[in-house]
Design a protein around this ligand. Structure first.
Ligand SMILES: [Zn+2]
Ligand SMILES: [Zn+2]
Length: 279
């Protein structure tokens, strides 16, 4: 299995590598910039070099990028759409420079214009980005969402539709977030539930599209549409779903990333809980 965590880049993106290896991660996820600001600072050539050197020396198979929180590539508001596209383009181009292949992003929110509108706008945004960004090797991982408010992506069909409408379907993969899927209304509490969900996912999107997992237990309840992560085994999903994913040979080569709370103190604990669930 490829187990890892979302880790901090405080002090420079190169520090994420040490943060990951200190936790014995096989994969990490990072933000390339402050996720709560539109404007990002590009790392200096020195930092980029330090990042490359540290990665080459580390036993990390995958480094995944997560898009900023402000992003809404489905927005009906032209200014937000433009800022989201600009920020996404910059992250794609930096990922290309750093040799990072995958950027995880949520599907955005239609803000009352309707799901069909939002999914179409989102697809157009990505297609334009694939055409203008100098990032030919970067792919977008559409993340399953809890579906708060008018957020898209709370059902597998939304992801299928974006890939189906895009002129560049090969530029997409999926990131499956356990907490979000559960809160959105896919029960995962038993092995039977898990088997059904992945079969449904396979029918709708295709398991070959699955490129990452976010392993988060849920503080939010089933079908609540609320996105609140909890420590592994301590939330409303429970350990069974995590044991199922960790031990399913179909997922042996897919990075499994935790985004659980209190990462400074609790990442160690959550990763060791997951390692114990591996048979
Ligand atoms: Zn996630
Ligand atoms: Zn979340």
């Amino acid at each position: 299995m490829i187990l890892g965590a979302h880790v901090s880049t405080a002090g420079g993106i190169h520090n994420a590598i040490k943060n990951g290896t200190d936790l014995d991660c096989e994969a990490i996820q990072i933000f390339l910039r402050n996720p709560n600001q539109w404007q990002g600072k590009s790392p200096t050539p020195e930092i980029i070099e330090k990042f490359r050197t540290a990665w080459a020396a580390a036993a990390l198979s995958d480094i995944i990028v997560h898009d900023i929180h402000l992003s809404n590539l489905a927005s009906p508001k032209p200014d937000v759409l433009e800022k989201s596209s600009q920020a996404f383009r910059e992250q794609m181009e930096l990922a290309q420079v750093l040799g990072l292949r995958c950027i995880v992003t949520h599907l955005g929110a239609h803000l009352g214009e309707g799901e069909a509108f939002g999914l179409k706008r989102l697809t157009e945004s990505f297609d334009r980005l694939f055409e203008i960004a100098e990032a030919p090797d970067v792919i977008v991982l559409l993340e399953t969402t809890a579906g708060q408010g008018t957020n898209l992506g709370y059902c597998f069909e939304h992801i299928r539709d974006v890939m189906g409408m895009s002129k560049y379907p090969d530029r997409f993969g999926v990131c499956f977030d356990t907490c979000h899927v559960f809160a959105a209304g896919y029960d995962m509490r038993t092995e039977t539930d898990c088997a059904m969900i992945f079969s449904e996912f396979d029918d709708s999107v295709g398991l070959n599209r699955l490129k990452a997992f976010h392993l988060n237990d849920a503080k939010s309840t089933y079908q609540s549409r609320v996105d609140r992560h909890e420590h592994i085994g301590k939330g409303n999903i429970g350990a069974t779903a995590f044991a199922y994913i960790l031990n399913d040979p179909r997922f042996a080569e897919i990075p499994l990333i935790i985004e659980t709370p209190e990462m400074k103190t609790m990442h160690k604990v959550n990763l060791s809980t997951l390692r114990e669930l591996k048979e």
